[in-house]
Ligand binder design. Structure first.
Ligand SMILES: Cc1cc2nc3c(=O)[nH]c(=O)nc-3n(C[C@H](O)[C@H](O)[C@H](O)COP(=O)(O)OP(=O)(O)OC[C@H]3O[C@@H](n4cnc5c(N)ncnc54)[C@H](O)[C@@H]3O)c2cc1C
Length: 349
């Protein structure tokens, strides 16, 4: 027997959490399901990685995000902030419960199946992000144990020969950090140079200096053809090359898994395979099924959707649900926090 729910929110990343606060402040009953821990996508950023967005742009529902040095937030600071949002607003989230299927039923309802249960809901809002799996380069040796698609932390590569594949922020940041941590770093990038407009402005001069001064080897216009336990083979402008490598980091981007949308009948569009939705309401072509956050962008070929420009999705959904004036969400959040504070300050009788 399915449990009956009005609204189900899938995903507790920053946007799912901000949406949950808005729904809660509008006194709406909803069920929140999350496959991992809250902020799961952020947990696999490299340790101490810095956001490129300023704190005020990634702050949620008007609650200030303070950082220890008034600079960009780190992974750790932002995760702590997300935990505090959940605590302050007493959000209830079923973590470690993966949604495996959303099925539209005949009576304008949905059956939502998870790893633990089955629910029936009138509305489903999907905020599952766009980073479900690493983009593979499909070469022999990609699955060897010294090869990874995720950069965790630099210490592992101290005194090691490390080849990094990629030329965007993740690859450049990993190269600089691992070089500083004592690794012998090489970069293989399929383009002739980094895209200056998309690399964090504080990383660009540094990577250029390290390459110009031969502290980091740069192999432009090269592609990996094979990885062995000791080497990486490249095809480059100068012909085939064999680079010694104790480790290889393949930082070539991430893909979205659109199967939840697909099974529910949502149309997927273009190269990104992004869900089709009404830009005024965030409702997909399946009535009652909404999308919010970076999930709306599908597998983004060049990143256009970030936390900072997804806050408006919540406003649109709240308007569409005819809930409390969404422009007052921040004000409501503030009032809620003040109320909490006042109650806590009351002396015990
Ligand atoms: C190193 C790095 C640095 C970045 N820096 C920035 C930055 O500075 N600014 C910025 O805006 N963005 C940045 N990003 C991107 C940022 O992570 C995303 O913009 C942000 O996480 C999107 O938020 P979201 O809530 O839409 O999705 P997510 O944060 O991806 O949250 C989606 C949630 O849904 C859950 N989920 C997925 N599938 C299911 C399922 N089937 N059932 C239940 N739950 C599910 C996931 O576990 C996850 O917790 C960066 C990314 C990386 C890798």
């Amino acid at each position: 027997m399915s449990k009956q729910i009005t609204t189900i929110v899938i995903g507790a990343g920053p946007i799912g959490l901000e949406l949950a606060v808005a729904l809660k402040l509008a006194d709406t009953k909803y069920l929140h399901l999350e496959a991992g821990q809250i902020g799961q996508t952020i947990t696999w950023y490299p340790k101490q990685a810095q956001f490129f967005s300023s704190p005020d742009r990634i702050a949620l529902c008007g609650v200030p995000l303070q950082t220890v040095n008034q600079s960009k937030a780190t992974r750790e600071e932002y995760l702590a902030y997300l935990r505090s949002i959940v605590q302050q607003f007493k959000l209830s989230i079923n973590t470690y419960e993966t949604v495996t299927c959303i099925e539209p039923l005949k009576d304008h309802k949905f059956q939502v199946t998870t790893s633990k249960s089955t629910y029936e809901a009138q509305n489903v809002i999907v905020t599952i992000g766009d980073m479900h799996r690493a983009r593979k380069i499909n070469v022999p040796g990609e699955d060897l144990p010294h090869v990874s698609h995720y950069f965790d932390e630099p210490h592992k590569f101290f005194n090691q020969k490390l080849l990094i594949v990629g030329g965007k922020n993740s690859a450049v940041e990993a190269a600089i950090r691992c070089h500083r941590a004592g690794a012998k770093v090489s970069i293989s990038y399929r383009r002739d140079q980094f895209n200056e407009r998309s690399i964090k402005y504080w990383l660009l001069p540094e990577i250029k200096w390290l390459i110009e001064n031969k502290k980091i080897d740069f192999h432009p216009e090269s592609i990996v053809t094979r990885i062995t336990p000791t080497h990486v083979q490249l095809d480059s402008m100068t012909g085939p090359q064999k680079i010694e490598a104790d480790f290889a980091l393949l930082l070539t981007g991430y893909e979205m898994d659109p199967s939840l949308f697909q099974h529910a009948g949502v149309k997927l569009q273009g190269k990104n395979r992004s869900p089709q939705f009404d830009n005024q309401t965030m409702e997909t072509n399946i009535p009652g099924l909404y999308v919010a956050g970076t999930a709306a962008g599908g597998t983004q070929q060049s990143y256009k959707l970030f936390i900072e420009n997804c806050h408006s999705h919540i406003v649109k959904i709240m308007r569409s649900f005819k809930l409390k004036d969404p422009t007052q969400i921040n004000e409501l959040a503030y009032t809620h926090l003040q109320k909490e504070k006042t109650l806590k300050q009351l002396p015990e009788s």
